[in-house]
Design a protein around this ligand. Structure first.
Ligand code: SAH
Ligand code: SF4
Ligand code: F3S
Length: 469
């Protein structure tokens, strides 16, 4: 406990924010208010939005899907690719009229996009009906900022470049009752040459292990069955602390927490994936045998340009080691198509890796130029039509492999954690295998939150169907 709190926002500051929670409630005269929260980007942002919802609930706001009846509309944004940003601008533009009709309604924009100076300037210039702009480092200050926006009637902009501290004890309202996100570290130190994340999320800051374990123990007591530990590169968890507890040690501790049945984590950078982590995944019975291991590209030349710090051969060796150590492991990945200078030969290397590893699933992206990153200044950008054509070819290969991998499960018995009713059919339950494959099957809603055995009898590319045994 001695080191607890030494990299945290002070208890006094967190108490001050709690006072603002009451002040906002008072300002609204105890009247129930409604908010609409739009979240873009990764699980980290989803988890931040759960914190925003938690603070808002305590301030007397409830969530609504209906924009017209909202007193507050928030965009928690992502800037990892251009189309994520364009979507937000589109929505902001379409709110102009509503704001004119309902001047008391507050429009707020936060998240990764607003950590870029030029974005804030653009919003202030083109979307002057936005009332509140804040960033990723001062999320915990939201009650104070909302109070200022409501009480002053003026636009509030509060963006911090500094990011030294970790905020604990922000209220939370989770979206799900079975599985929970737990952010274990913030920021990224890797500066992959295409990526904006280190610029908008700052350097790596790990949460104190005791705080993480406390949060997960509570989740276990509340009936949560699964936790996913989040970080841009969880393999370097704890390196900035002096606790001597690394990521694999943390996994072993989480594995002891009662109530929790499954543990997942993302993302693992291949350059930092240690033998000890492989051993922890193998040995901890609750840690699911699934590793998300973004390869990004297959060509060693492109990987070097991307500053990924591994070669094609090293990646393939690592995959072999993982497959040989962890029985039945599922591997998923992220791939960027059309990084500047990518030749047909380079792209063949990507296809080659995909065919050799036989990923269960791949998130594939067209390279998107991000201002401020080294890759954006490169002259040899790949034409859009070439990128798209390669992208299609990649998807075709990957889809076939995903399906073939799934086919191996036909007539097999798998353990499924039941998460809820299927999105497409209300009479069908939906859950996941330990290897993170979606399984749909008929069953009673009482099974939600339980581990059941299902026999697989139908295969799709992205999901499986079966019957409860
Ligand atoms: N920290 C994680 C992922 C962060 S962003 C990791 O290192 O794997 C999620 C994914 O978005 C990345 O893995 C990458 O494949 C993709 N991505 C990031 N920047 C991109 C860009 N400029 N264009 C296209 N895809 C990008
Ligand atoms: Fe971006 Fe690379 Fe950091 Fe992932 S590891 S967030 S891709 S800079
Ligand atoms: Fe996007 Fe920020 Fe996540 S840029 S991918 S929301 S860290």
């Amino acid at each position: 406990m001695g080191r607890r709190g030494n990299n945290c926002v002070s208890v006094e500051e967190m108490n001050r924010q709690r006072e603002f929670i009451y002040l906002v409630k008072e300002l609204n005269k105890g009247k129930l208010k409604k908010f609409q929260l739009n979240t873009y980007g990764c699980q980290m942002n989803e988890n931040d939005s759960e914190r925003l919802s938690g603070m808002l609930n305590q301030m007397g706001y409830i969530e609504t899907e209906n924009i017209g009846e909202s007193d507050l509309i928030i965009y928690n944004t992502c800037c990892v690719r251009e189309n994520a940003e364009l979507k937000v601008y589109g929505h902001l533009g379409s709110l102009k009229r509503l704001k004119r009709e309902k001047p008391d309604m507050i429009i707020a924009v936060c998240g990764c996009m607003t950590q870029q100076k030029e974005v804030v300037e653009h919003i202030r210039e083109k979307y002057s009906h936005v009332d509140l702009i804040f960033g990723t480092h001062n999320l915990y200050k939201f009650p104070e900022l909302l109070y200022s926006a409501l009480s002053s009637g003026e636009s509030i902009v509060d963006i911090w470049d500094s990011y030294g501290l970790v905020a604990e004890d922000i209220p939370i309202e989770r979206k799900d009752r079975v599985k929970a996100w737990v952010t274990i570290m913030y920021g990224c130190n890797n500066f992959c040459s295409y990526c904006i994340v280190p610029y908008v999320r700052g350097r790596e800051r790990s949460r104190q292990p005791e705080r993480i374990l406390e949060e997960i123990r509570e989740l276990g007591q509340e009936g949560y069955k699964e936790v996913t530990l989040l970080g841009q590169n969880v393999n370097s968890y704890g390196k900035d602390l002096d606790t001597g507890i690394g990521f694999s040690d943390l996994l072993r501790e989480v594995n002891k927490i009662s109530g929790i049945e499954r543990i997942r984590f993302m993302t693992s950078h291949p350059k930092d994936l240690s033998d000890d982590l492989i051993a922890a995944v193998r040995d901890c019975e609750k840690v699911c045998e699934h590793i998300h291991l973004p390869v990004q590209a297959g060509s060693s030349r492109i990987l070097k340009e991307m500053n990924r710090k591994y070669t094609k051969e090293q990646y393939l060796e690592l995959v072999d080691k993982i497959k040989n150590s962890i029985n039945g492991v599922a591997l998923t990945t992220d791939i960027i198509v059309g990084y500047p200078g990518e030749t047909e030969e380079d792209f063949d290397d990507t296809l080659d890796v995909v065919r050799k590893v036989r990923f269960d699933m791949a998130y594939t992206f067209l390279y998107s130029k991000r201002t401020g990153t080294p890759a954006a200044n490169k002259e040899d950008q790949v034409p859009e039509d070439v990128k798209k054509e390669r992208f299609e070819r990649l998807i075709e290969v990957q889809n076939r492999i995903s399906r073939e991998n799934n086919e191996k499960l036909l007539d097999e018995e798998v353990e499924v954690l039941v998460e809820g009713v299927s999105k497409t059919n209300k009479n069908v339950l939906s859950g996941r295998t330990r290897t993170n494959k979606i399984v749909n099957f008929k069953g009673n809603e009482e099974l939600i939150g339980k581990l059941v055995k299902v026999r697989i009898n139908k295969i799709q590319t992205w999901s499986l169907e079966g019957t409860v045994i």
